[in-house]
Design a protein around this ligand. Structure first.
Ligand code: NAD
Length: 271
């Protein structure tokens, strides 16, 4: 018996990286998984992600492991597409127990996205992918969870949403992720009386293919050893985050809601 047998989970942005790890972990626990992404083969964009795949999609990997999964391609910035995705999951499995609103990320370089010179197109794009995508995903599943009088929602902020970078770069991303963290506190108050938990995770530097290929080399201080600022003296793995998602999606966290949990190895940003 798995802890999540009979449960249905939606993971957005599950084609690669952290979302893929969340989808795979929840599947191992017994949940049926809706793997959603703007591109279900997004792993092809980064060599490290492509090399880590053991099937031609996250869905194929879950099925090969004995789990149940469907793949739905949709853009979280498109409210109608997000609603249609939730309807399709309901039609397929008749319930929605878990949402991990993971799709998002940054765009642009930290050195080009300082708080006082933010490009409006980048601001719009990153706010849409992260904040709007999260709100649309929650709006789409909440009615079904309310009917069931149960549900677990995990939203995704970042340490960048908890405190600023030292040079004010990546301000658009930090602001969108801060908004997600605070939105989740409101969400917990709104949904708590319906028996639904809502919590937020704030990962630190996690070694996904995208981060290692694009973000790390573009830091102003790219040559510095990034582990110096991490108490545990290592960068995070996708599994470090998936373990906390497991906690927040299972009965271990039944009396935890409205929390923002940093998964950053004890990182200090202000040095
Ligand atoms: N990796 C880190 O160090 C780190 C740190 C803090 C927070 N995060 C957050 O964790 C989440 C996942 O990060 P990651 O490193 O795995 O990113 P990633 O870019 O590797 O994966 C993101 C996935 O989301 C999908 N996606 C992007 N835009 C989408 C959209 N509009 N609609 C649907 N799907 C979309 C992509 O195709 C991709 O598969 C993001 O929200 C990111 O901001 C990551």
């Amino acid at each position: 018996m798995g802890k999540l047998d009979g449960k249905v989970a939606i993971v957005t942005g599950a084609g690669r990286g952290l979302g893929r790890a969340y989808a795979r972990r929840l599947a191992v626990l017994g949940a049926k998984i809706a793997v959603t992404d703007i591109n279900l083969k997004s792993y092809e964009e980064f060599d490290a992600e492509a090399k880590s795949m053991t099937g031609d999609s996250t869905v194929a990997e879950i099925i090969a492991g004995g789990g149940e999964a469907i793949g739905i391609e949709m853009d979280v910035t498109d409210e109608h597409a997000v609603n249609a995705m939730a309807e399709q999951v309901m039609k397929t499995w008749g319930r929605i127990d878990i949402l991990v609103a993971n799709a998002g990320g940054g765009r642009g370089r930290p050195v080009d996205t300082k708080a006082s010179t933010l490009d409006s197109a980048l601001l719009h794009l990153v706010t849409s992918m992260n904040l709007y995508g999260t709100v649309y995903s929650v709006n789409a599943v909440a009615p079904f969870m309310k009917q069931q009088r149960s549900g677990k929602i995990v939203t995704v902020s970042s340490v960048a949403g908890l405190g600023p970078s030292t040079d004010g770069g990546y301000a658009h991303y930090g602001a969108a992720k801060a908004a997600i963290a605070h939105y989740t506190r409101y969400l917990a108050q709104d949904l708590g009386p319906h028996g639904i938990n809502a919590n937020c995770i704030a990962p630190g530097i996690i070694t996904t293919g995208r981060i290692m290929a694009t973000v790390m080399p573009n830091q102003a201080d790219a040559n510095r050893d990034r582990t110096e600022t991490v108490a545990l003296r290592r960068l995070g793995s996708v599994e470090d985050c998936a373990k906390v998602v497991e906690f927040l999606c299972t009965d271990l966290s039944d009396y935890v809601t409205g929390q923002v949990i940093a998964i950053d190895g004890g990182m200090i940003r202000s040095v």
